[in-house]
Design a protein around this ligand. Structure first.
Ligand SMILES: Cc1ncc(COP(=O)(O)O)c(C=O)c1O
Length: 390
């Protein structure tokens, strides 16, 4: 008899589309615009701080809550938004925003609870909610502006609503929720006594007039919000996996109960490096954001020249391109075609970010533009042949 290794809880969750595309991209030697991370390095100063921590023998377990200098740097960072978080009881360092989200949902979600999510939905939220016995309730961001309909959002809230997950700047659409939108979310949370869990990993990557507003800064929200972010995208150091959750003490207690068994602690020297970076964030960031803004413009212009309808992102490092002016193929077939044809470029089909495949839009693909100029030029050059191939 063969062993059935996979638990029933995990049976529904196969390898993600990102893993599948990544594998195909390597097999076909593609330029990879699919992967949601930079192919350039993070700031030397932050890396040097981590190296110094290793040299200074800061190599043992960090405290469960996180290395104190990092918690202090975070407390100071949020004070600049007018938010006071207690270093000891309200800040927890985790293995990336991913673990912070896992711990937060595990901390608050009971079987039967409903958690509202915006759709397209970043891929980790729904499986975690479901594994906790909860139900994700999707509310769509409608193209072309990728805004939610306030009535649809109101209808998604009910007596069963425990929380809403608010990812802004939003992956994959690149939307940054504005104050009126956040106020609508706030009013619904307050009326329904619901918790907000935010995913703000792209908080610093916004363009032009678009500004990230932490939901916890709105009236009556600090006491019902778990704010999650990470250093991955801010410092182009996704491999370091330093994330954090800031939340009222009682919520933090729940998050730490999970964290103590899932990870217990996070790499000490890397926390020291990120603490150093957060203390100097205002010097380190403008260069990165300006470079990204130029890449965004180049890529949007050139994709438009090729015939795609492009949503110019307000934040993140993703561009959604509508493929319907070019092809009748659905997004998954088109992504496969781009990989397997002579174009050899990998992207992500956006329909995979939707629960109900029957009604999911099938005409968007996602490009990541956090890539070296040489990578962008190479990929776009290969795509020039596209029209003649279709
Ligand atoms: C919206 C969103 N949340 C969380 C993450 C993961 O963050 P981390 O690497 O800090 O776990 C990502 C990474 O792509 C993301 O796009």
């Amino acid at each position: 008899m063969t062993v059935d290794w996979i638990s029933n809880r995990l049976k529904p969750y196969e390898a993600s589309i990102f893993a599948t595309i990544g594998k195909l991209a390597i097999e076909h030697g593609c330029v990879n615009f699919g992967q949601g991370f930079p192919d350039f390095d993070g700031p030397g100063m932050v890396k040097e701080a981590a190296r110094s921590a290793i040299s200074e023998a800061l190599n043992q377990y960090a405290p469960l809550a996180g290395a104190l200098p990092l918690r202090q740097a975070l407390a100071q960072k949020y004070q600049q938004h007018g938010l006071d978080y207690d270093v000891n009881s309200e800040i927890t360092v985790t293995n990336g925003a991913t673990e912070a989200m896992y711990a937060s949902i595990m901390a608050i979600c009971n079987p039967g609870d409903e958690i509202v999510v915006f759709e397209p939905t970043y891929d980790t939220y729904n499986p975690i909610i479901e594994m906790c016995g909860g139900t994700p309730v999707p509310v769509r961001l409608h193209p072309p502006a990728f805004a939610f309909d306030p009535d649809e959002l109101a209808q998604a809230f009910s007596k069963k609503t425990r929380a809403i997950i608010v990812n802004s700047p939003h992956n994959p659409t690149g939307r940054v929720f504005n104050r009126p939108e956040l106020q609508i979310i706030r009013d619904l949370c307050v009326t329904h006594n619901a918790i907000a869990i935010t995913d703000e990993v792209y908080e610093h990557l916004t363009f032009h007039e678009h500004e990230h507003i932490p939901l916890a800064t709105l009236d009556n929200m600090r006491e019902r919000t778990i704010t999650i972010s990470s250093s991955a995208k801010t410092f182009s150091l996704t491999g370091w996996k330093i994330g954090y959750a800031l939340a009222p003490a009682e919520a933090t207690e729940g998050i730490r109960r999970l964290h103590q068994f899932a990870a217990f602690a996070v790499a000490t020297p890397l926390q020291m490096g990120i603490a150093h970076g957060i203390e100097r964030i205002h010097t380190l960031l403008p260069g990165l954001v300006n470079r990204l803004a130029r890449k965004r413009t180049t890529m949007c212009n050139r994709l438009e020249d090729m015939g795609f309808n492009v949503f110019r992102p307000q934040g993140t490092f993703f561009i959604l391109a509508d493929i319907s002016p070019l092809t009748d193929m659905d997004d998954i077939s088109f992504v496969r075609f781009l990989i397997e044809s002579s174009v050899k470029v990998a992207t992500i089909p956006v329909s995979v970010f939707y629960q109900d495949q029957a009604t999911a839009p099938k005409n968007y693909i996602r490009f990541c533009f956090a890539k070296k100029t040489s990578t962008i030029d190479k990929g776009l050059m290969q795509m020039k042949a596209l029209r003649s191939l279709l």
